[in-house]
Design a protein around this ligand. Structure first.
Ligand code: HAS
Length: 544
């Protein structure tokens, strides 16, 4: 069944804003790489932290959220037979609120009234309208999430006893995680930062605000990752001519992500005072638990590749490798993303270890880590999706030469990222801090020894910019200019002999209950304690 035109249009509206944000963010990224590499200097009317904030907010928060919601809505429409009026309206209301929120926050950044970076840590203070914009963005995403959950409930009502479509189930899991996670940042923004920046209250509990931020900040990274996993579990098997390896395993992995990705925020605060080491230890254990669903995913992907390869006649231990459609960008781009996720994930496990965290925390290593995870594994998957998703929604085709251009785009992006992220990881080990403007610390010898790696980083950044421009060009072409035609929306089916999926996997009351318990266990006392014993007051560092 094709996606109804009105649903397709809505998803395209989300994707368009996503790529607009991506374009501006890519430019900010280029500038910041060149400045940090000592290649250029910024004119007086822009400052380094302003472009750093623009880059982080637009890439990390706007591009991702708009892309994800647009993609999930399209797949829900596809697998549940079209959106109801309610879900459709909720989707548009969400889009409008998110769009206005984004415009508001971006305006404050452009005016240099919010150079607080994407984590907006207090006591750095932005213009209140920056936070109001952020709140609108979050509330808008809730409206969109309600529309998706309504579509799921409607499907289950109309199909009693039947398991929900895997794509829709996974989207609901992703949005459930989002709802629970954003409660943290929404509380921080609504109850702390907005009253404080408007001057209604004099002080802010900095420790509490950071805790609430990371309560949200870690699941945020899984909110980015899970849609990429949806593509890996549900779309890629179809593209390579295979089937879903195990519906139950896929659902289990997503439930584990919902359970374990929230009570882990302290692994971003391992080096911070004000949280006892025993509570940090609890969060580290749970962090190692949240690695498990990713290991399940790795296993499942290998299994899909091998079984599909064998179905196509592959022999021997690794014969399946040659049967994969390497020349098809719909497969190639996400596959490179997957491959890069192996070192990226290893880096994450290193970060999570208390002693090793002491070595890498607040260094460029962390920036290298998140460019390998979100900006490579996730983003290459999103690019890979774009090649079929946009034509499938616009009723156009992916021409052969765009496919070839896409492979080139993937290669440019990957090489650029290997250079940039590689240099960042290495410089982090040498001690180069993150989040500083270009400096040689008065020609300190150690700092001077980093300079060649800064240059490599800047060169990689320039390649990424070229790759980014190419991607935007491809998006515009697929949106408005590619020849009319039919492109399939790839949704893989279960294996013929698959055992039925256990019903317990759709028992949301149970899973949300366990998630709430784990959150209470990991955060209940520390939050109570910090409210009871607030840190000494910190004067605001006004950036506006
Ligand atoms: Fe992270 C910091 C720990 C995953 C993003 N992380 C960050 C920040 C971001 C981020 C943005 O514990 C910086 C925040 C800031 O501004 O301060 N991270 C982890 C751990 C994981 C992890 C344990 N991170 C991610 C993902 C992200 C992301 C995913 C974005 C999407 N991270 C940390 C920690 C910090 C941190 C600390 C704080 C550092 C500090 O001190 O500031 C794990 O989830 C990773 C598990 C992943 C795996 C890999 C599985 C591999 C798969 C691919 C298989 C390949 C196949 C292909 C099948 C175990 C699934 C084969 C094909 C063939 C053809 C051969």
């Amino acid at each position: 069944t094709a996606i109804p035109k009105r649903d397709a249009k809505m998803s395209l509206a989300y994707l368009t804003v996503a790529f607009l944000a991506f374009g501006i963010a890519a430019l900010a990224g280029l500038l910041q790489g060149l400045v940090r590499g000592g290649v250029i200097e910024l004119p007086d009317w822009v400052n380094y932290y302003q472009i750093l904030t623009a880059h982080g907010v637009l890439m990390g928060l706007i591009f991702t959220t708009f892309f994800i919601i647009g993609f999930l809505y399209s797949g829900i429409s596809k697998t549940t037979g079209g959106l109801s009026d309610f879900s459709f309206k909720a989707g548009w209301i969400g889009w409008a609120m998110m769009f206005f929120g984004t415009a508001m926050s971006v305006a404050t950044i452009v005016l240099n009234d919010a150079s607080v970076m994407y984590t907006f840590y207090a006591p750095m203070q932005a213009s209140p309208w920056f936070y109001v914009g952020a709140a609108l963005l979050v509330v808008g995403s809730w409206a969109a999430g309600i529309g998706m959950i309504a579509a799921y409930i409607r499907y289950r009502k109309n199909n009693p006893g039947k398991a929900s479509p895997l794509f829709t189930f996974m989207s609901v899991a992703t949005m459930t995680l989002w709802f629970i996670a954003t409660l943290g940042v929404a509380s921080e923004v609504l109850f702390q930062l907005i009253p404080w920046s408007f001057g209604w209250v004099a002080d802010v509990n900095v420790l509490l605000s950071r805790m609430l931020f990371w309560y949200f900040g870690h699941p945020l990274v899984y909110f980015w990752l899970m849609p990429a996993y949806i593509a890996w579990y549900v779309c890629i098997p179809k593209i390579i001519g295979g089937k879903v390896f195990s519906d139950s395993l896929a659902r289990l992995a997503f439930i584990l992500l919902v359970l374990f990705s929230i009570p882990v925020g302290f692994h971003h605060q391992l080096m911070e005072p004000g949280i006892s080491s025993s509570w940090k230890f609890v969060h580290v254990i749970l962090t190692l638990a949240v690695v498990v669903p990713s290991l399940l995913t790795a296993f499942s992907m290998f299994a899909v590749f091998e079984t599909s390869g064998r179905r196509l006649g592959a022999k021997g231990l690794f014969g399946w490798f040659t049967k994969l459609p390497w020349k098809d960008v719909r497969f190639f781009a996400p596959m490179v993303g997957m491959l890069m996720f192996i070192p990226a994930g290893i880096g994450g496990i290193i970060n999570a270890s208390n002693q090793l965290n002491a070595v890498i925390h607040n260094t460029l290593w962390v920036v290298g880590h998140f460019h390998l995870t979100v900006a490579t594994s996730v983003v290459l998957t999103f690019f890979g999706l774009t090649y079929w998703l946009v034509p499938a929604l616009t009723g156009r085709t992916l021409t052969k030469w765009v496919n070839r251009l896409g492979i080139l785009q993937t290669l440019i992006w990957s090489v650029g990222m290997l250079m940039m992220s590689g240099a960042m990881h290495y410089m982090g080990l040498l001690g180069a801090p993150r989040r500083t403007d270009y400096t040689t610390y008065m020609d300190n010898a150690t700092a001077l020894s980093w300079v060649p790696y800064y240059k490599l980083m800047a060169f990689g950044g320039a390649l990424l910019f070229i790759g980014g421009l190419l991607m935007i060009g491809i998006f515009v072409y697929l949106m408005w200019f590619a020849p009319k035609g039919q492109v399939e929306y790839p949704i893989a089916e279960a294996e013929d002999d698959a055992t039925p999926t256990p019903k317990i996997l759709e028992n949301w009351k149970l899973w949300i209950g366990i998630a709430a318990l784990l959150i209470l266990l990991a955060y209940g006392y520390p939050i109570y304690d910090i409210i009871q014993n607030p840190p000494p007051s910190s004067p605001a560092l006004r950036t506006w």
